[in-house]
Design a protein. Sequence first.
Length: 441
Amino acid sequence: MFKAIQNLFVIPELRTRIFYTLGLLVVYRLGWNIPLPGIDPVKLDDSMTAGSEDNPLVSFINIISGGGLQRASLFSLGIMPYISASIIFSLLVKVIPSLEKLSKEGSAGQRKINQWTRYSTVPICIVQAAFAIGPYKQLTNIPMPDKYDGPVYIVFGNAPPGFGMELMWILALTTGTIFMMWIGEMITENGVGNGVSLLIMAGIVAVLPQSVFASNLAPAQGFLLIALFVFVVLGCVFMTKGQRKIPVQYAKLTRGRRVYGGQRHYMPIRVNMAGVMPVIFASALLAFPPLLFDAVGWHAMSSALGYGKYLWSLLYVVLTFFFSFFWVALMFNPVEMSKNMKEHGSFIPGIRPGRPTAEHLEKIMNRITLAGATFLAVVAVLPVIVADTLSLPDVLTIYLGGTTILIVVSVALDLVDKLNSYLVMRNYEGFLRSSDRRRGE
């Protein structure tokens, strides 16, 4: 292991990419500490701390943005608007024939889609920034400390901000997200790993130590929490790496005295093919109804759909299952896969080519998706169960499930695979030495 880490800095190209990635991550963390103009950080910290106790969703959004929401920094929105735009175009490519045709034109078509994704990120940023600045204008509905009397405006002078300041906040937040988008693309192009995913992971990991030390856990609670964390991480690694290998046989071709083909390979299908997308969709969809019910005065319904409530947990599980099957149905086409296998002279042993192969693949995919969706649902509601059972703060138990731990595990595994591929390509020993190779030596 230590030898493999040392080999990372032996290869000049890989060493340059690692330092380039670390440098841009440092720039990202510096931007996280630059506040919006006119914001009083003391008042903002008091208001967000009080609000997070009654609304764990505020804490969750703050974790995803790397603490930027609580500090009202330039990077408060995080990279989520760009991810939202990417998800929208990923779905549109599968629905709109013209976009699907453009995506199959190679690198030129993909560059065009990426350009449209960047353009669509701007209006999404503006809309989200307009909602994000709401807590920065006035927080009379949050129980504030005793040192404040009356309405509290989170600006210097305790005066309501004007339209000019609000417009400046929106432009600053939009600019910060666009700059983060550029950082992510530069890391992807010149660094190591997926830049956008690394930014999200860096934001989550950066807030974790502060949340742990601020929770004042008892020794027994801390030990049990660490044990649960390790257990959930191992489960996420197992399900993320889990595959179902479908045997594929290639037909034999006889030319003269030589026989070609006839080899057997395996088609790997991931158990959790949808990844973290179903949980992200479910979380985003459940965040809007409480806001709408509060706006029309239905406070009872808003409270019933609050984070951690029974109805919220039930809908979270249902939506996770729905989006898991929906995402796989968009990304996995058994009919087209069966057609490609038939054209290339391959078949599944015991299954006739054509429609029977498509039905067989669809049956396998439905069973695998059911297992993956069950895993995602368990991980998604696990923070609520742990918080109620151990009487722990919601902001801390969020790290045990949902999007946070899935993102961290997925990004970490992808980063290790990328680094391992660089080492193996340059004839260096990778991170994971094979036991067969050791026996061969």
